[in-house]
Design a protein around this ligand. Structure first.
Ligand SMILES: [Fe+2]
Length: 368
């Protein structure tokens, strides 16, 4: 199977996975196996579905693992939708987010951690949560998956440092659950930002930016009655802080920023760049990866970026890419040690060939 932009749907293409879109419990918009017509090339992007998995000869026998099981996805979908609506009510009444909603999210974070501890490192479908119709909702879940994958890699490789400065390798799951909960609610304060600012196409004015920048503090305030752990709360409050001091709300610098928000910052920015929005198409993964790599040591923690590079491939398996020579191909495999040199399936004569391509080079290099 392979993933194509919904804008590239042509008559007769066969869907490889259901397209589920809408509130929890909604029946799939389209079922796996159905053949699409070209009109879906405008219908699906208009509905916010930026890409679809299809079956065709070019994508044959390419397998892509999903980080979450369908059961967990469904559970996450429901709990996050309920929590967002409870948070909206809590904001309007001034009562804050009810602790029951946060407890439900903590259960969901536990289910996500269990799935993610089991899943393989590479060849993961990280861009496949089109079923979440609301951007803040979808973004929260995608950032959680990505942040947890980075954390798993980082803490299982290097361990983590406790408040006494000791390097530790225990309590990995417990930390992941706390991080997961923080990531699920990291942008809940955006409910306090007027939608016309939140969804404004293009640059915000200085005044609008000032309003936008309240969301980390508004989120922490909204969560006050829920008694979140300080670690989870640090994600909400500090995910826009930057290592070089250029972030907000406090302009914290380097060591003042804890591990959790350092991971959240990378996952958050990568997902924002690679997500479809009403006013912009999704940037391809290699653009997101390049921006994160360029920010290493400046905006982003270099250690987090190093682990991000082992989790997020610039040319993910199943994605269609344009080769340096202009040909179009589908990524069939990628080696984590050579992320910029995927094995790509391309048309060749009557059939296909698989070639290893250096995407940073002017000319492709072919291996046997
Ligand atoms: Fe945010």
């Amino acid at each position: 199977m392979r993933l194509i932009s919904s804008r590239k749907i042509r008559d007769g293409v066969e869907l490889a996975r259901d397209v589920v879109h809408g509130p929890p419990g909604t029946a799939p918009l389209l079922r796996a196996g159905v053949r699409l017509s070209a009109r879906y090339a405008t219908l699906l992007p208009d509905a916010g579905v930026g890409s679809v998995w299809i079956h065709d000869a070019l994508g044959e026998a390419i397998e892509v693992a999903e980080p979450l099981t369908p059961e967990t996805r469904d559970k996450v979908h429901r709990a996050t939708a309920n929590a967002l609506s409870a948070a909206g009510t809590g904001l309007r009444t001034g009562a804050g987010m009810p602790s029951a909603a946060v407890e439900a999210l903590a259960d969901v974070a536990t289910a996500m951690v269990e799935d993610l501890l089991d899943c393989p490192d590479a060849a993961l479908a990280l861009h496949d949560l089109s079923s979440f119709d609301d951007y803040t909702h979808r973004h929260s879940v995608q950032v959680t998956v990505l942040g947890l994958l980075i954390a798993r890699r980082a803490w299982s490789t290097d361990g983590w440092t406790d408040y006494r400065g000791r390097r530790r390798h225990d309590r990995l799951e417990d930390r992941m659950r706390k991080l997961g909960l923080g990531l699920l609610v990291h942008d809940v304060g955006k409910l306090a930002v007027p939608p016309e600012i939140l969804n404004k196409p293009g640059r915000l004015t200085d005044e609008e930016m000032t309003v936008m920048k309240i969301h980390p503090v508004a989120g922490a305030e909204l969560l006050r009655p829920a008694d979140l752990s300080p670690l989870a709360l640090s994600v909400v409050r500090d995910h826009h802080e930057r290592i070089d001091g250029s972030g907000y709300p406090q302009g914290l610098f380097g060591p003042q920023i804890q591990d959790f928000p350092r991971i959240a910052a990378v996952a958050d920015v990568y997902d924002a760049i690679t997500s479809e929005r009403v006013y912009k198409p999704a940037a391809p993964p290699h653009v997101g990866v390049r921006i994160i790599r360029e920010g290493s040591g400046g905006q982003f923690c270099p250690t987090v970026v190093r682990h991000f590079n082992a989790v997020v491939m610039p040319y993910p398996v199943g994605h269609e890419i344009e080769l340096p020579d202009g040909r179009i191909g589908v990524v069939a495999a990628v080696d984590v040690d050579e992320p910029d040199c995927p094995v790509v399936r391309v048309m060749s004569g009557e059939g296909f060939a698989e070639v290893k391509v250096d995407m940073t080079a002017e000319r492709e290099s072919v291996t046997a």
